[in-house]
Design a protein around this ligand. Structure first.
Ligand code: HEC
Ligand code: HEC
Ligand code: HEC
Ligand code: HEC
Length: 376
């Protein structure tokens, strides 16, 4: 067969394109490391690209504290005795309060040589009117107050997930106003005869051919994460586990794997994906992680919607929200497992404003004294 010069050129260009597609994003250049973590023959292995991982590990270092933690000298006044408008942190000794302000600035709005592009000034003024620090006139201050409470809640109530390390503002923000991984509900209109596409085969945030937004049903609403129904036929009542639910479930699973930089067998026993028997313990941590992420979105992030300027909202007007990647950013242990509030006890259980029986804050307690005390 004579294909001619044009044909030959087309084949060469075609093969080069093919190679380019393979080596492009989403495909790892070998060698890849595989570590066996279960019985041979059942594909229980951890697969890691050591070069990609090394880059992620480098980029995920916890910054040093602005200055080291020291207990407050006896007699240090409380922030509430010095400042005017401190409902969340007023019970802290004032030196702890000031240190936290300086640290929050480094975590969320640092002044750098390379100023971030953005409408907001950095440094303290990112949250404050410099003329009057007590004023709640900048929206970021109102959002931050809620963020402080959210961080305390993660470290206090979600031990089952963040137990060994906890989180601080840097876990999500990494020195940026807006965390790198956030999500909004996708606008998914019905498309006439084509019906409901579920964001499939659209440039989505999750996986290309699966539903683009598995977050709204699973990490905001609490729909069942299932691929197999318990009955052979659709039940007369109760949820039907159809193909759509299955597709959404796999889309979430892809996000979880990518968000943590792991493959499916990090959490599943490949002998039976549904079963918990023989699954690695990380699956249980992930199960709590799903509930925690949902609670953060429902209780803290979604309700902040009305506080944000329009340019921060999604196409449907919803507030920016969190998923697994917001904290994990490609690693199974965010920030490589560095302790996040050891040096900032005010962001952990010890930092919660003590509440008296009548619900009024107990201003008299100093931070070192409430450390470890259960506040009922
Ligand atoms: C990311 C937001 C944010 C940044 C940046 C920030 N603050 Fe604050 N600041 C707050 C919040 C929130 C409160 C209220 C705390 C509360 O409700 O207990 C506050 C309250 C204060 C107060 C109490 C004012 C009063 O009289 O009520 C002072 C003082 C203060 N900040 C100083 C600073 C300084 C100095 C910096 C820079 C080093 C700074 N803050 C950076 C969020 C921020
Ligand atoms: C679980 C992850 C997470 C943690 C932890 C967290 N944040 Fe946030 N934060 C978010 C998300 C998501 C947004 C929404 C991003 C946006 O504004 O577009 C946000 C937004 C903000 C904003 C508004 C940014 C803007 O310019 O609109 C401020 C200010 C802020 N956070 C401060 C804090 C502070 C201070 C802490 C620690 C006390 C903290 N955050 C901890 C996830 C987090
Ligand atoms: C980080 C841990 C983790 C990773 C990684 C992970 N999963 Fe899951 N998977 C879970 C958890 C936890 C559940 C149960 C969710 C629930 O019930 O809330 C689950 C549920 C499932 C189910 C539903 C089973 C049922 O009950 O019907 C399937 C199927 C599944 N995963 C497949 C996968 C696949 C395929 C991958 C890889 C692309 C994967 N998972 C990656 C943790 C994980
Ligand atoms: C608020 C931040 C945050 C969010 C959001 C978050 N995680 Fe985590 N996750 C952590 C921290 C911190 C740890 C480390 C805890 C420790 O070392 O004990 C962790 C640990 C884990 C582990 C154990 C890893 C290991 O090597 O043992 C799994 C699995 C996990 N997360 C899955 C998830 C999944 C799945 C989601 C989303 C549904 C999620 N996480 C969302 C902060 C978060």
């Amino acid at each position: 067969m004579n294909i001619g010069i044009g044909g030959a050129a087309a084949i060469v260009v075609g093969s080069l394109l093919g190679v380019a597609v393979l080596v492009g994003p989403g495909w790892d250049v070998p060698p890849i490391e595989a570590e066996q973590i279960g019985w041979r023959g059942v594909a229980m292995e951890k697969v890691v690209n050591p070069r990609t991982r090394a880059k992620l590990v480098d980029a995920s270092q916890m910054p040093e504290a602005v200055w080291p933690y020291e207990e407050s000298p006896e007699g240090t006044p409380l922030a509430s005795e010095i400042y005017e408008n401190v409902p969340v942190l007023g019970h802290l000794p004032v030196d702890q309060f000031d240190r936290l302000m300086a640290q929050i600035t480094e975590w969320v709005s640092p002044i750098t040589d390379d100023p971030q592009e953005g409408p907001l000034e950095q440094g303290c003024n990112y949250c404050h009117n410099p003329e009057n620090l007590a004023e709640d006139s900048v929206y970021t201050k109102i959002v931050s107050r809620r963020m402080i409470q959210m961080t305390q809640a993660i470290n206090t109530d979600w031990d089952a997930h963040v137990g060994n390390t906890g989180v601080n503002c840097y876990t999500c923000h990494r020195g940026l106003n807006v965390p790198q991984e956030i999500w909004f509900t996708q606008d998914q209109p019905m498309r006439g005869m084509a019906g409901f596409r579920a964001g499939q085969n659209e440039p989505g945030i999750a996986s290309a051919s699966l539903p683009g937004d598995p977050f709204t049903p699973f990490l905001l609403d609490d729909q069942d994460i299932r691929v197999i129904g318990n009955n052979a036929l659709p039940p007369a009542s109760g949820p039907v586990i159809g193909t759509k639910v299955t597709e959404y479930t796999y889309s979430l699973m892809n996000h979880m794997s990518e968000g943590l930089g792991v493959n499916c067998t990090f959490c599943h026993n490949s002998r039976q994906f549904q079963g918990w028997e023989g699954a690695p313990p990380q699956r249980m941590t992930a199960w709590h992680g799903i509930r925690m992420t949902r609670a953060l979105n429902v209780d803290y992030l979604a309700p902040l919607g009305p506080e944000y300027p329009d340019y921060r909202l999604g196409e449907l007007g919803d507030a920016p929200k969190t998923n697994c990647a917001t904290c994990h950013l490609g690693l199974n242990l965010p920030l490589n497992g560095a302790p996040a509030y050891l040096e900032f006890p005010s962001l952990g259980p010890a930092g919660l404003a003590p509440v008296a029986a009548d619900g009024a804050p107990q201003a008299a307690l100093l931070l070192p004294e409430i450390d470890g005390v259960v506040i009922d």
